[in-house]
Design a protein around this ligand. Structure first.
Ligand SMILES: NC(=O)c1ccc[n+]([C@@H]2O[C@H](COP(=O)([O-])OP(=O)(O)OC[C@H]3O[C@@H](n4cnc5c(N)ncnc54)[C@H](O)[C@@H]3O)[C@@H](O)[C@H]2O)c1
Length: 476
């Protein structure tokens, strides 16, 4: 099948590469010419395990092609996927300017019947706005307005495991409204996704509005589990309980299940924060309120500062002269994505309080340097105290504390004796609960996880920590 994917980012590139891998003829188009030039020079603008190899294979076999020419890209595909970004606007709602710009471009170039599939995460009603934008361009050219059908096909892949998620999805949600084109469009999309449904039917058909809402509901539910466990972890710290025991205890209940029950420094990335905000705003636009999701967001905002406050509780508000090591910068392992990564808030605030930071991430160094330069553009003197180094152990040299922010696999089993010998003070503040408190205690390393019963946490009494974590001092 001939497929066009508009937007060569995390979703678009994976979608294009995977459809090409299945034998389709794929054209990826992006408005960023540098990205297209890099892809055409066999480079890869993002880090996603296995993607570079998959793209190279399909390029050399002539199944994937990169262009910045929207006209030829629209001509090529019978099915055109929109996979451009939908970032947050000031009020939290999704910014649809890229999606609607693509719709306008499709309308300007469309000559024959196309199925326009929206893969971007968009609020309910966006498919209708895409349809209207295409129609108005067609009418300007005096063309029929039934030359296309807009379908919703939200994407559920996870960065870091995107290829596997795309190739072996839990489900494929397709929103298609009844109308003149229903049967041929249904048939075409069934053919396109046939190889995913061979073992058992994974496609869930529904109307467009329900498909659009399904994506937000899924992300809000997952974010809810994270914030819920973070609250239980913070309570565990106060009560001297171990959240990891609680996690296993509740996860064994089949109604709950084990997934997404890990406490940590809060969720980040390009989806959960913006999608929860957009859902809250969608409800407000309808005169309603998402009370649970609003609380989820609130808990997450404060959870992103938990490690920061632990440092301040330990060392006081003035961190001048301290050297802190940070392991992990990307918002999660196996990606270089720094969008809304908790590390940005933690590092920025530590630097602003005078600390020197030596940080390491296996793949996100470049992205992190750019993101933090942006966050600290008004504080060059603070930024100058940040060093992003090439090895985890190097980061911990002479450190007064080590903060674990992202749970990369390579951090799971460090040589603790070596680590202890390198650090000025053997203190680990673990935002991802990678280690067993009693093991580190035994090794003479002071350790504090999130909600893990351990020496540091037990020294606190509820009276000492009664002040809400986000209340002081100001976090920026
Ligand atoms: N990243 C994820 O894990 C993930 C998962 C599921 C869904 N989503 C959703 O998918 C969408 C895309 O996310 P992403 O992370 O891939 O974004 P991204 O920022 O990585 O990529 C978007 C790409 O679109 C391009 N673009 C913007 N306007 C364009 C235009 N007019 N014409 C052509 N190209 C244009 C940009 O240059 C960029 O390369 C978002 O709505 C997101 O919420 C993302």
């Amino acid at each position: 099948m001939k497929i066009t994917v508009v937007g060569a980012g995390y979703v678009g590139l994976v979608t294009g590469a995977c459809f090409a891998e299945l034998g389709n003829q794929v054209w990826c188009v992006d408005s960023n010419p540098e990205k297209i030039a890099l892809l055409n020079a066999a480079g890869m603008p993002i880090y996603e395990p296995g993607l570079k190899e998959m793209v190279a294979r399909n390029r050399s076999e002539g199944r994937i092609h990169f262009t910045s020419d929207m006209g030829e890209a629209v001509d090529h595909g019978d099915v055109i996927f929109i996979a451009v970004g939908t970032p947050s606007q000031e009020d939290g709602s999704a910014d649809l300017q890229h999606v609607l710009a693509v719709a306008g471009q499709i309308g300007r170039h469309l000559k024959s019947f196309k199925i326009v599939v929206n893969k971007s995460t968009v609020p309910v009603g966006t498919a209708y706005r895409v349809q209207t934008a295409i129609e108005s361009e067609l009418l300007k050219r005096g063309m029929r307005d039934n030359l296309f059908e807009v379908v919703s096909n939200p994407e559920f892949l996870k960065e870091g495991a995107a290829i596997d998620d795309f190739m072996r999805p839990d489900r494929i949600v397709i929103g298609l409204d009844t109308g003149d084109n229903y049967i041929p469009v249904h048939h075409k999309l069934e053919q396109l996704y046939a190889s995913f449904n061979r073992h058992h039917a994974r496609t869930i058909w529904m109307d467009v509005r329900s498909a659009e809402l399904t994506k937000y509901a899924a992300n809000a539910m997952l974010a809810t589990r994270i914030s819920f466990m973070n609250e239980i972890a913070n309570l565990s710290d106060l009560l001297g309980a171990d959240v990891d025991c609680v996690r296993r205890g509740i996860g064994a209940d089949q109604r709950i299940g084990h997934g997404f029950l890990y406490a940590g420094t809060g969720y980040g990335g390009s989806c959960f924060p913006k999608d929860t905000r957009a859902l809250i705003q969608t409800a407000l636009d309808c005169g309603s309120q998402m009370k649970v999701v609003s609380a989820v967001e609130h808990v997450n905002d404060s959870q992103k500062t938990v490690l920061l406050h632990r440092v301040l509780q330990y060392f006081g508000n003035d961190l001048t002269g301290l050297k802190l090591a940070v392991w992990g910068l990307a918002f999660k392992p196996n990606t270089d994505d720094m969008r809304e990564a908790p590390s940005r808030i933690i590092i920025k605030n530590l630097l602003l309080r005078g600390a020197h930071i030596s940080a390491f991430d296996p793949v996100a160094s470049h992205e992190a340097q750019m993101a933090l330069a942006l966050d600290l553009q008004d504080h060059p003197e603070a930024l100058a105290r940040l060093q992003i180094v090439d090895a985890a152990m190097q980061a911990s040299d002479d450190a007064d504390a080590l903060l674990i922010v992202t749970e990369w696999k390579t951090f799971h089993h460090p040589d603790f004796e070596d680590l202890k010998a390198r650090m000025r003070r053997p203190l680990i503040l673990d935002g991802r609960n990678l280690y067993e408190p009693h093991v580190l205690e035994h090794l003479g390393i002071a350790y504090q996880g999130i909600g893990r019963r351990n020496a540091l946490a037990l020294q606190w009494s509820p009276e000492q920590v009664q002040e809400p974590i986000s209340a002081s001092p100001a976090v920026v």
